[in-house]
Write a protein that binds this ligand. Structure first.
Ligand code: G6P
Length: 498
């Protein structure tokens, strides 16, 4: 009831995101097991708990959605508030959104529409048709956002700070401001933002509602200046908002109907301390040994070179064109045959969506094609790994000679930042100019246009032939650029700015 909610309204810092810091799996016997996630938000919120809430984390609350059946069961069992024993002491409120609404909001709107538009993925034959199905999904997205806004309004102490994450929750800042004008509200987009001509593909009212929703925040932040600029352009062109640059800070200010939202830019870096510690554990050494066996030795008895990629199997990651570029390398430079192995770690993602399942099949099909066309009794050109395994990712990072990061578009891309941090002997980085990481790391990477297969093949060759001393030097500089803004600072900077 509302008096109980008022009594609980203690949180001084709140984070809201679709995916929370933990997930639950339900076993046959009905028991629940918990898995804790990693990533920037998790370490960021721990830092906040320690600094701004007196060290006990008591004043910070994370609001997230129950994703699968295990989560739903846990949310019910714990009446929404998870057991601190499961969360490492963090206060987590997990919302149970009705299953149909969740599927429509998450799969239908967030992942099939907002993700697609901001990554420019709507290309023939994937252009959208917005009709009755989308209208139903959009209604669900509104309800799902409202459920978050209601929960945050109930949890937040007077004048608290709320940090809303990503494209799942674009309407929350606007809704929350109406419920609780006392709050300081921030929104962070972890994705790119589309330019107006592309963004206009959305139904007009929907496009406007998303922009207005985010403009409900005091501060809307992005990973790069480019994405912040595109958001401002959309507000100007589609809403008629006024956009100015704030002179001392260089930040953009967007004013609509008398209210101004400041656009911040915070490039999230790799968590060096965590990665280096994790990459030195036993399980990673086991994986290195088995990957070395897969890689094997070439005709001259030398260890083969390792070309590595690590991604969720995600259309924006451009895995298929990466395989075509590798094939082109083997054609243009037959000297690499038998002397290089492409380790492609392509982990399943968003498998509820047919287009992702098809993409996964396509990746396997093209890898098989390359293996049957070029493979020999002693050499498998492409080795695909389709089962998510973080220890294996770290092992691959450590031994990679060349890393391929060629997304069509990417908010940042942390793989590009993690590889140089843990690399054993230096690794050449082939990097798409359309990844956010390019803004910080372009200087020492081999930069490619992700659509240009010939160009990508050339960069792979350049990476494979780079002098060891140059490779080491570049990797050292890439690692320092990659760790310039560690996740705890990334979070605290935003909190202070708010
Ligand atoms: C992107 C988004 C995150 C999201 C992640 C994984 O990085 O910015 O918000 O959590 O993808 O996607 P998933 O749909 O599995 O949560």
């Amino acid at each position: 009831d509302s008096s109980a909610q008022q009594g609980n309204a203690q949180a001084r810092v709140l984070v809201a995101s679709n995916r929370g810091p933990v997930s639950y799996a339900k076993a046959e016997d009905g028991s629940l097991s918990v898995k804790r996630g990693g990533g920037g938000l998790v370490s960021g919120l721990s830092a906040i708990s320690a600094e701004s809430t007196g060290g006990d984390g008591g004043g910070a609350v994370w609001v997230c959605a129950a994703l699968g059946d295990g989560d739903r069961e846990a949310a019910r069992r714990f009446a929404g508030r998870l057991d601190p024993a499961d969360t490492g002491g963090q206060s987590v409120r997990m919302l149970e959104i009705p299953a149909g609404d969740f599927a429509d909001a998450y799969n239908g709107v967030a992942n099939s529409v907002l993700w697609f538009v901001n990554h420019l993925l709507y290309q023939t034959p994937l252009e959208p048709s917005f009709d009755t199905e989308f209208e139903r999904q959009w209604g669900a997205y509104e309800r799902y956002n409202r459920a978050f806004a209601d929960a945050l309004a109930a949890e937040a102490a007077e004048n608290a700070t709320v940090m809303v994450q990503d494209y799942h929750l674009t309407l929350v800042p606007g809704l929350l401001r109406r419920l609780r004008p006392d709050l300081r509200i921030g929104h962070f987009s972890h994705t790119p933002w589309a330019p107006p001509d592309y963004y206009r593909m959305l139904p007009d009212a929907v496009g406007a509602e998303v922009l207005r929703g985010i403009l409900g925040a005091d501060r809307a932040a992005f990973l790069t200046r480019r994405w912040a600029g595109a958001f401002a352009d959309c507000c100007e062109r589609l809403l008629g908002a006024d956009v100015r640059t704030d002179e001392p800070t260089g930040e953009l200010l967007v004013t609509l109907e008398g209210r101004t939202t400041r656009l911040g830019v915070h490039g999230l870096g790799a968590d060096a301390e965590f990665l280096r510690e994790r990459a030195n554990r036993e399980d990673v050494y086991d994986r290195i040994a088995s990957l070395r066996e897969e890689i094997g030795t070439g005709p001259d008895g030398e260890a083969r070179r390792a070309l590595v990629r690590v991604d969720r199997t995600e259309l924006s990651k451009n895995i298929v064109r990466g395989l075509h570029a590798y094939r082109r390398l083997l054609d243009d430079h037959p000297e690499w045959r038998e002397r290089v192995v492409h380790l492609a770690l392509a982990y399943p993602s968003r498998q509820d969506l047919a287009v992702y399942r098809d993409y996964m099949d396509e990746v396997s099909r093209v890898a098989d094609e390359i293996n049957s066309a070029y493979g020999t009794d002693s050499w498998t050109p492409v080795v695909l790994f389709l089962k998510d395994d973080f220890a294996r990712s770290l092992a691959a990072y450590r031994l990679a000679d060349v890393a391929l990061v060629n997304p069509i578009r990417d908010g940042m891309n942390l793989v590009a930042k993690e590889v140089p941090v843990v690399s054993d002997e230096g690794c050449a980085l082939v990097l798409s100019r359309e990844a956010g990481a390019y803004e910080e790391m372009g200087g020492d990477a081999l930069v490619v246009n992700p659509y240009d297969i010939a160009d990508t093949a050339r960069a792979l060759h350049e990476g494979l032939t780079m002098e060891p001393s140059e490779r080491t030097e570049r990797t050292r500089r890439l690692a320092s650029a990659a760790t310039a803004l560690p996740p705890d600072r990334w979070f605290l900077d935003q909190l202070h700015a708010l």
